[in-house]
Write a protein that binds this ligand. Sequence first.
Ligand code: NAD
Ligand code: TYD
Length: 360
Amino acid sequence: MKEFRRNILITGGAGFIGSHVIRRFINNYPQYRIINADSLTYAGNLANLEDVKDASNYIFVKADICNFELMQDIFHKYNIDSVIHLAAESHVDRSIKDPFAFAHTNIMGTLNLLEAAKRTWKNSEAVNGEYRNLFYHVSTDEVYGDLDFDGTLFTESTAYDPHSPYSASKASSDHFVRAYHDTYNLPIVISNCSNNYGSHQFPEKLIPLFINNIRHNKPLPVYGKGENVRDWLWVNDHARAIDVIFHEGKIRETYNIGGFNEWTNIDLIKVIIKTVDRLLGRAEGTSDNLITYVTDRAGHDLRYAIDSTKLKNELGWKPSLQFEEGIEITVKWYLENQKWLDNVTSGDYQRYYDNMYRDR
Ligand code: NAD
Ligand code: TYD
């Protein structure tokens, strides 16, 4: 049997970002065995990993991170030495409707993994300056709260100030991860990334939802006045940052990941409309009338903007794609993968979606 140099547990690997991270690690590191643990919620889809599912260094385990016994079994059975933890409930609107699910998965699920790692990795001390174990927690810039329109940016030392149940649950999980280092010496690293865009994102999030709606001439629900600002990063650039931090990040450090790429929602929506109309051969302006201003999201964060200077200066990472190019690739992918969209938007999600917008 082949000996692998590392046995890496990646949680949430069937989701949007997780599937890009899994693909990257399977293809770039044949010397590592990748164990993907995902419970396949509405947001997890094995079709996202169709191209790598038979790789000899890949194992999928359908598993809920909230099941502590099962997490312990996975650590023992696969001799897990490192974790890249992405599994989470990730949609702010859902967190407003059902905060318990977010506390359960994002806080208790993370705590289960930390405890399983702590009990399995009895001796996590560095040997010759190298750690054999690593617990890498993937987090979000939303833990920092929001910013005014004053040009300030979130840095690694910005105080936590989450506003939504989603960001509060992620903030709490970040605190637990640091506490496990400070109390038990667990080797940890955390990154906080801005909004991602790219292929395989579940179409409840702004960009894939709007591309799909434009194609089908459905209304585009813009929350409030569309003035809120997000800092958008191509998902493959996030996966590459995770790769760099996993290999070269310093224990107990935090790294912000972002593209210095701020857009108001309404300006971004106009770019998406223009791109979809052009790629579908429609005259410019055809879909402008789909824009529909709706009641604002409760507690809607005004502006996110990440300062990723530390990651650039210390580990040499920077975004690879210009936004215009990334959006073009992304819109094309959704237009060419209607079957994927139909598949993931059937069943449970469709029922949820119907309820969600009934009162708007
Ligand atoms: P996603 O919702 O697309 O995927 C989440 C995955 O986790 C799914 O495959 C789902 O099945 C799995 N999952 C959920 N609950 C689980 C459980 N209890 N046990 C096992 N698996 C479970 O999310 P995403 O957008 O890919 O985000 C991944 C991570 O990155 C999250 O931790 C999120 O907070 C963080 N993040 C996301 C963004 C973004 O823009 N999407 C930005 C920064 C950070
Ligand atoms: P989203 O993709 O849900 O990411 P997040 O809330 O984590 O930033 O939303 C991005 C922005 O788009 C956010 O300001 C909310 C807004 N938005 C809409 O205006 N309409 C929508 O239907 C959705 C899903 C989001």
